[in-house]
Design a protein around this ligand. Structure first.
Ligand SMILES: [Zn+2]
Length: 542
């Protein structure tokens, strides 16, 4: 009896260790590198999140593809009185004031121009810009290329709404070939398909799709001043205004944001958030997650883009686009703090302003800050999603999509904080209380407890399957199988040891005809308990 109590205690105590084990089990082979969490990434958002924000902006005035003449303009709001340094990327470096003119002799490649500001106190600032003469030289991965999970049709597409009451806008059209003179249609489809696959992985592949094949089309709403996601149509669609895709410029980060809506609102697959949280209270889930997904996607693509055959110029453009939107996250967070930390999860339909904006940006900011400390975006995001994916009927009621009450507000806030805490494996309640977020401790505990239950169940199931397989395969008792199993027990940590024993007990229930299993089970149980006692004593001494 006592040993069973200890077994239970150890299982609970060590559950934290088990979490990571479960979450790393399901990885698709395509993302092996992206999931190989090394800290050796070349790009991060640290400077944008906590450093001094750049005061220098540069932009291209004109590129003449025939003569190679390029004119660049810029501004530094610090107004330095020392001339700027311009490194044109072709070996030519010189100093001067804006605007600047340069002639490139080789027009068969692209260049990254680096501009440096010099201040009288000896400090500097830099900005970079791409000069594009030719399309990005991409080495396509054929599997991704042909899957075309995201496509940009060159003709009209009929969208069918899956959700009663959710209509399809009438004014949608398509992007004709005139939009793809510098970066072609296939290249954009390829990159967006990679982004979608990365995001599907963030969502633990737990995403609803009509026929099991996730397809998204990019449609055009010419005068719309941004983009929006039709997550509820078949095929799913993101609708983009001309301002986000023109003259070879693609607002990559905004595209990733809309794909993020598609993925997160269609997750979990059997009870997706979309339609259950929509309305004035949707932002705390939907906009927070779209922000996190868009920047986590950019982080993965910039750091691992070469693995997908992306060229330096396109990686630079993705990086640049994400830096611009990340600045907005930082500024919104700072505004939230400086304007009195006014938490809001309710976007009042009678006002013009979105009262939730700085609040959801603050949650996203905290995610990024913690991800940068960890040097990893994918792993915490997958875990965060796994908690959010426990969403059920009861939660829908408590989220209160049309309910502007303190209780509903506290639930919405607690859901996000619990998911973030679980994602990073640390209790972030005090940080968020400092930021005036309402948090309900009972709900927080309830949500995290769900994950404990799931983790132990998954581990037991996994080990049970492995052992059943081993026993079924060997059928006879051999020295090897006993040795292997006991080695497993002797070398694994306490939690796993006891989980193995628990598993063996449950295995026996399933396969009572295996007398041999019972013998092994009892042997291992005794061995495991002995080991457990020794280790338990050892822990107490410390
Ligand atoms: Zn959005």
């Amino acid at each position: 009896m006592l040993s069973l109590v200890i077994l239970a205690l150890l299982l609970v105590e060590n559950i934290g260790i088990s979490f990571s084990l479960v979450n790393n089990v399901k990885e698709s082979s395509l993302f092996n590198i992206a999931n190989d969490y090394s800290n050796n990434v070349s790009f991060n958002f640290k400077n944008i999140l906590i450093g001094n924000l750049s005061t220098l902006t540069v932009f291209i005035v004109s590129i003449n593809k025939n003569t190679g003449e390029v004119i660049i303009n810029g501004v530094d709001t610090k107004r330095p009185n020392i001339p700027f340094t311009l490194d044109w990327g072709d070996g030519v470096v010189h100093s001067g004031w804006f605007p600047q003119r340069h002639i490139y002799h080789d027009k068969n490649r692209n260049y990254i121009v680096k501009v440096t500001s010099h201040y009288s106190d000896g400090t500097m600032d830099t900005a970079q810009i791409l000069v594009r003469f030719v399309p990005p030289p991409i080495k396509f991965n054929n599997t991704i290329l042909f899957s075309r999970n995201v496509s940009i049709p060159d003709h009209n597409i009929t969208l069918i709404s899956r959700i009663p009451g959710y209509g399809v806008p009438k004014n949608l059209t398509y992007f004709d070939d005139s939009f793809f003179t510098l970066i072609n249609r296939t290249t954009i489809e390829y990159i967006l398909t990679i982004a979608l696959l990365i995001q599907k992985n963030f969502a633990n592949d737990n995403v609803y799709s009509v026929d099991g094949n996730l397809k998204v089309v990019v449609l055009r709403d010419p005068s719309f001043p941004g983009a929006y996601a039709l997550w509820y149509t078949h095929p799913m669609a993101i609708v983009v205004g001309d301002c986000l895709i023109r003259n070879g410029y693609v607002a990559w980060s905004s595209f990733f944001h809309e794909l993020g809506h598609i993925i997160t609102l269609n997750s979990p697959s059997n009870y997706f958030y979309g339609s259950k949280i929509d309305g004035p209270a949707s932002a705390l889930f939907s906009e927070t997650m779209a922000q996190i997904f868009q920047h986590a996607t950019a982080y993965e693509l910039v750091n691992y883009g070469e693995k997908y055959g992306l060229s330096k110029d396109i990686i630079f453009e993705i990086e640049d686009s994400a830096i611009q939107t990340m600045k907005l996250v930082r500024l919104s967070y700072e505004k939230y703090v400086s304007s009195g930390k006014k938490f809001s999860s309710w976007n009042d339909p009678t006002t013009l302003e979105d009262e939730t904006f700085d609040t959801f940006m603050t949650i996203a900011y905290e995610f990024f800050l913690n991800a940068e400390k960890l040097g990893n975006y994918t792993s915490p995001l997958k875990k965060m999603m796994s908690l959010l994916q426990t969403f059920e009927e009861k939660d829908k009621e408590r989220y209160g999509q049309f309910n502007n009450s303190p209780t509903a507000s506290a639930f919405r806030s607690t859901l996000m904080i619990a998911a973030l805490s679980y994602g990073f494996g640390k209790d972030l309640r005090s940080e968020f209380r400092e930021l005036n977020f309402p948090i309900d401790d009972n709900i927080y505990d309830e949500l995290l407890h769900r994950m404990e239950e799931r983790s132990s169940k998954t581990i037991i199931k996994l080990i049970r399957e492995t052992i059943i397989q081993t026993i079924t395969k060997t059928k006879t008792i051999t020295l090897t199988s006993v040795t292997t199993t006991s080695t497993l027990i002797m070398t694994t940590p306490i939690t796993k040891t006891f989980t193995v024993i628990a598993t063996i007990i449950s295995t026996l229930k399933i396969k009572p005809d295996y007398t041999i299993s019972i013998i092994i089970g009892i042997m291992l149980l005794v061995m495991g308990l002995m080991l457990g006692f020794v280790l338990r004593k050892f822990i107490h001494k410390e």
